[in-house]
Design a protein around this ligand. Structure first.
Ligand code: CAA
Length: 257
């Protein structure tokens, strides 16, 4: 499939997607989001891919939803076109997604990074929700995922002032996993992907599912859910392989079965 606004490639078991609208700082128009979701779903269906790396390249992650595209929209148009339908599909991706963020991750760009499972940030990364300066609020998770990630006080400040936070602050408040020099971002994100890709794929997917479940359930229901997924993994060959390898003092060789 030919994409206009993203680039898709693979490195071993890692699927790589790069946002690619460099002239507008990777502004996320509906075409880009649609392509991104198609590419993610293709990697999700591909059993040879075990982890996904999402990058905006070495200058900017994404400066938000495409303002030009939205400027004249009406409420009815946005609602009836189901503006966020593709964004909703993003959260159904089962394989882990690691975001490599250089430069701005603003508005929808910050929301996209937060929709990923882990974030490796460059020292120059800036995370923010500047929608308030456009007379709107975040619409793709900026008030929800951000609050869960950094807590009410910080989220309120970021969303109500529109002022971005630095990579170091993002690390301090738990929004990102690590901060590295710009030139190492993709390498570090790739290392994280490779580490995950070496694990048993079913365990990885259910681990992701179970962690995400904790955001929208009570602790009691979440614990019950986790137990069911735990039991389920004992039906995989990789569970036998993992435990046998430990007992036999060798490295496990997981085959995704
Ligand atoms: N949408 C459309 N075009 C954008 C854009 C966006 N979000 N962000 C940047 N661009 C375009 C600019 O219009 C400019 O295009 P031209 O060269 O044709 O003029 C080009 O990208 C380069 O941008 P700047 O000249 O502004 O670059 P800068 O380095 O001076 O500033 C910036 C960078 C601070 C990120 C600034 O571009 C900016 O503030 N962008 C908008 C950020 C924003 O408000 N994002 C939220 C969008 S709304 C949203 O995301 C809603 C949601 O929740 C889904």
């Amino acid at each position: 499939m030919e994409y206009q606004s993203i680039q898709m490639s693979r490195e071993g078991a890692i699927g790589r997607i790069q946002l690619y609208r460099p002239k507008v700082l990777n502004a996320l128009n509906t075409g880009l989001i649609s392509e991104l979701v198609q590419a993610l779903e293709a990697f999700d269906r591909d059993s040879t891919i075990r982890c996904i790396l999402l990058t905006g390249g070495n200058r900017v992650f994404a400066a938000g939803a495409d303002i030009g595209e939205m400027a004249t929209a009406t409420s009815a148009e946005l609602m009836l076109s189901n503006q966020f339908a593709d964004w909703d599909r993003l959260r159904r991706i089962k394989k882990p997604i690691v975001a490599a963020v250089v430069g701005y991750a603003l508005g929808g760009g910050c929301e996209l990074a937060m929709a990923c499972d882990m974030i490796v940030a460059a020292e120059n990364a800036r995370f923010g929700q500047p929608e308030i300066d456009l007379g709107i609020i975040p619409g793709a998770g900026g008030t929800q995922r951000l609050t869960r990630a950094v807590g009410k006080a910080r989220a309120m400040e970021i969303v109500l002032t529109g002022s971005p936070i630095t990579a170091q602050e993002a690390l301090h408040v738990g929004l990102v996993n690590r901060v590295v020099p710009v030139e190492n971002v993709e390498l570090e994100a790739m290392k994280l992907c490779q580490q995950i890709a070496s694990k048993a794929p079913a365990a990885v997917q259910l681990a992701k599912e179970s962690v995400l479940k904790s955001f929208d359930t009570t602790i009691a229901d979440g614990l019950d859910y986790e137990q069911k997924l735990f039991y389920l993994l004992f039906s995989t060959e990789d569970q036998k392989e993992g435990m046998n390898a430990f007992v036999e003092k060798r490295k496990p060789h997981f085959q995704g079965k």
